[in-house]
Design a protein around this ligand. Structure first.
Ligand SMILES: *Cc1c(COP(=O)(O)O)cnc(C)c1O
Length: 367
């Protein structure tokens, strides 16, 4: 069996260092908002090239709290429109609606699954106040074009970097393009904690200070509350785990890119549409997503060949029961994508033999 992602194997690579870091936290007697977090935030902002990284409890909170902070700072108000691609994971949309903002779902570029600058431009109304580009599957959105549109129309840009740690265009990494970015360190993400964790990156001092208060009950100073905040802190244990794993991220990304290269060179089945790559460094391959018209049959075939696959994602946000108000939206491209996508195994610990086995199985599929 070729597993989709063997998390046990991923973390086993560092098991002694992880155990030592865990013991260090246990013995420190300090479990929330301490040295581990401060160190991790400094290392992660340096990795992204940003002035600040603010640890929070998970990726969804990172996105929610940036939008919340912009409301607190008077940059957004309830009812403002936020443009986002319709084929994203539901978290990006939840972050918008949680803040009483209005998601404007636009069709993606079908080749990259990311925002299409022309369709963004066409979706702008007088109520549009922000763009939320999701670097889906690990490929950076067309940020130079999107930032130019944002500047022209005075829009805020919040990057959803949950799948794109380290992706770069023109030497500038995900999380360092927009006004702010949300990262997830869910265990299966490219940089994964051993539980839930997330972070915001930004170069804006005022936003960073506001977020540091919002994540901690709205408090800058113990028992003094500036805002009606939340409890969304990144634990010392998780910060310690990621301090261990962050130095290896570059190596793991390189391996993901190598696996993707092998898939792209080896898969030549006309029934299977391969992902398109803007540039090698722009894609960190959180997922290797292909499309097939006969997706269910294709997935069944791969299962029979001992290849585990997943679907990211089976139901688009506008068709979810959670959002009856979007049910009648006409988004044919997004719906087609959700019917056709299939994610092949992508795991930095995969052997070249396993990669070859996947390629053979994909090429052996017949209509
Ligand atoms: C994983 C993910 C999130 C949410 O992150 P959590 O840490 O699970 O809350 C947000 N957006 C995208 C695109 C994701 O893949």
């Amino acid at each position: 069996m070729v597993p989709f992602l063997d998390l046990q194997a991923v973390n086993h690579q560092y098991h002694q260092e992880l155990k030592d870091a865990c013991a260090r936290v246990i013995d420190s007697g300090w479990y929330i908002m301490g040295n581990e977090l401060t160190h991790f935030e400094a290392k992660f902002s340096a990795y992204c090239g940003t002035k600040h990284a603010i640890g929070v409890a998970n990726g969804l909170d990172a996105l929610i709290l940036v939008l919340r902070a912009w409301k607190v700072l008077g940059k957004l108000k309830a009812g403002d429109e936020v443009i986002v691609q319709a084929n994203t994971y539901i978290a990006s949309v939840l972050a918008i609606t949680e803040n009483d903002l209005v998601p404007v779902l636009v069709e993606p570029d079908v080749d990259t699954y990311n925002l299409d600058p022309e369709l963004v431009r066409a979706a702008i109304t007088p109520n549009t106040k922000a763009i939320l580009p999701v670097h889906l599957y690990g490929q950076l959105s067309p940020m130079p074009e999107l930032m130019a549109i944002a500047k022209e129309h005075d829009l805020l840009v919040l990057e959803d970097c949950a799948q794109a740690h380290g992706a770069e265009i023109e030497g500038k990494r995900a999380g360092n393009w927009g006004d702010a970015a949300g990262f997830s360190f869910y265990p299966g993400k490219n940089l994964g904690a051993l539980g839930d964790a997330g972070a915001v990156t930004t170069n804006n001092d005022e936003l960073a200070q506001t977020l540091k208060a919002l994540r901690n009950y709205g408090s800058h100073k113990k028992y003094e509350n500036l805002y009606q905040g939340v409890n969304s802190r990144l634990d010392e244990i998780q910060a310690a785990m990621m301090r261990v794993k962050l130095p290896y991220l570059e190596k793991e990304t390189a391996r993901r890119q190598e696996i993707a290269q092998r898939y792209r060179a080896g898969i030549n089945n006309p029934l299977v549409i391969l992902p398109q790559v803007v540039s090698e460094s722009a894609h960190v391959w959180h997922l290797f997503v292909v499309r097939a018209e006969a997706r269910e049959k294709f997935q069944l075939w791969l299962t029979e060949q001992g290849i585990q696959t997943l679907i990211h994602y089976p139901i688009p946000p506008h068709k979810q029961q959670a959002y009856p108000q979007f049910r009648d939206y006409q988004l044919p491209l997004t719906e087609q994508i959700h019917k056709q996508v299939l994610s092949l195994p992508m795991d930095p610990t995969m052997s070249n033999e396993a990669v070859a086995k996947v390629i053979d199985a994909v090429n052996g599929f017949k209509a």
